[in-house]
Structures are given as C-alpha cells and as structure tokens.
Design a protein around this ligand. Structure first.
Ligand SMILES: [Zn+2]
Length: 250
C-alpha cells in the first residue's frame, strides 16, 4: 500500500508542470539558479524550539521536554514545506529532510533512544498520496520505530475547519484523544532511553505534545521531539495561537 501510494505521488508530480517556487521560471520546483543563489537559506540551522510551543508536556525539571527544529518555518523554507505538503511537490523533500536530519543530529541520540513519527491520518495519506513525515525521515536516513503509538481510527479533527482557530489548549484537549499506545508500546517503551517524536512542522506543539503524553503514560522514561521546521508564534501575546501551516491536520 505504501509503495502504491508513493508511486501515485510521483506520477502526480510528473504530470503537473512545476514552476520554480522561488523565481517562477520553468525549472521547478526549485531551479538550479535559485538553488545556488539562495543556498544560504536552505542550510539547516538547528535550534531548540520547545519554548515556542505552549502545548508541550513538562518534564521533571518543570521545563517542556526538548524539541529541536532544523530551521525556521519562514521564507523559502516555508514555501518548500507548503509545496511539499500541500501540493505534492516531493522533489523538494531533500532540502526539508536535511533540516529534519539536522534536528535529529542535534539530539545526539544514544543506543537506547528511538525515533517515533507522528502517526499519519489516513485522510492525509490518501489526499497526498504519501506520508510527508515518513518521506522526510527516510530522506534524513532515519527510520521510525513502529508499533509504539497509533492514531485512533474513529477520531476526526473537527466537522469543519479542522484545528483552525482553536487555542493551543483546546487543540491539546482534542488531540489527547487522537492517539493511543501501539501493540509494542508496553514491551518496548520502558527499555528505551529517550523516545523522540518526529514531525514536519512545529506550531503550538499540540500534536507532538499529545503523542509525547501517550508515550510517557505507556512507559517511556523520557521524550523529546525533532521537527524539520518550527513556526514563530504569531498570535496575541500569551495566547499561544500560531499561524497554521497548510495541511496541518493533526
Ligand atoms: Zn528559480
């Protein structure tokens, strides 16, 4: 099924003429000239982003569990992410995967640390033809541990408008019911070091936080996060609302 979905994604892309995302010329999704001229913007600049994400659970120190991002969700990087997630432009995934790879590298994983990707929704896979997070993780040379956390099949984001317009806390409450421990959680999690939750974009941290909470409750001794890009808070001060990346459905 995964292979079939991937093949559909590639076929889709091959038949859609794609202008360069930066200059609009025909050599898209990112022409050779722009790739060279704007190379500086495409270099990962990892930073610890947990203080921006108000919905993350707190660790034993009273601080949020650490989440590393490979770069800012701004400028050309955010355009690439929007094209990748929203319009099926998978040819830019190498740039984004390098950002995720830098975030994972910054966590300096030990032998007992494992990566777990945020489980995709079926709707997301079927709409896009691929799972963006899995693509990025594979591109970064990593593999997510399977069977540790699942998305509840019956759960739906919202009848209308998805998560848009909800505050961080409301999103957190809604998302708390979206995930459950997977079949291998009880046996594997207690023996892990850090369980690193992987996602594409960090906004409020509601999704990442919900998965972290499930893992902690199921026996993970410690959690962390790694995302390709992290958004800057754009809402009113203290409210924790953030600009919503296109296609962020959970
Ligand atoms: Zn260009």
């Amino acid at each position: 099924m995964g292979l079939l979905l991937d093949a559909c994604g590639d076929a889709f892309e091959a038949f859609v003429p794609s202008p360069c995302l930066a200059c609009g010329s025909g050599g898209g999704p990112l022409c050779a000239r722009c790739r060279a001229a704007r190379a500086e913007e495409l270099v990962p600049r990892p930073f610890e982003a947990s203080e921006r994400a108000s919905a993350l659970p707190l660790g034993p120190s009273g601080e949020p569990w650490p989440v590393w991002a490979g770069g800012e969700y701004t400028g050309l990087r955010s355009e690439l992410m929007l094209a990748f997630k929203g319009r099926g432009v998978t040819a830019v995934s190498d740039v984004l995967a390098s950002h995720l790879g830098a975030a994972v590298a910054a966590l300096d994983l030990g032998e007992r640390d494992v990566l777990v990707r945020v489980p995709p929704s079926w709707r997301s896979c079927l709409t896009r033809g691929y799972d963006p997070v899995e693509r990025l993780l594979a591109g970064a040379g990593g593999a997510g541990e399977r069977g540790l956390v699942r998305r509840r099949a019956a759960w739906r984001p919202a009848a209308r408008g998805g998560q848009k317009g909800l505050g961080a806390r409301q999103r957190g409450e809604r998302l708390a019911r979206a995930f459950r421990p997977g079949p291998r959680a009880g046996a594997v999690l207690p023996r892990c070091g850090r369980v690193v939750v992987v996602d594409d974009v960090l906004t409020t941290g509601a999704t990442l936080g919900a998965v972290m909470k499930v893992l902690l409750a199921a026996g993970a001794p410690a959690v962390a996060g790694a995302v390709a890009l992290a958004a800057r808070p754009t809402g009113r001060a203290g409210e924790g609302t953030l600009g919503e990346p296109l296609g962020k459905d959970g």
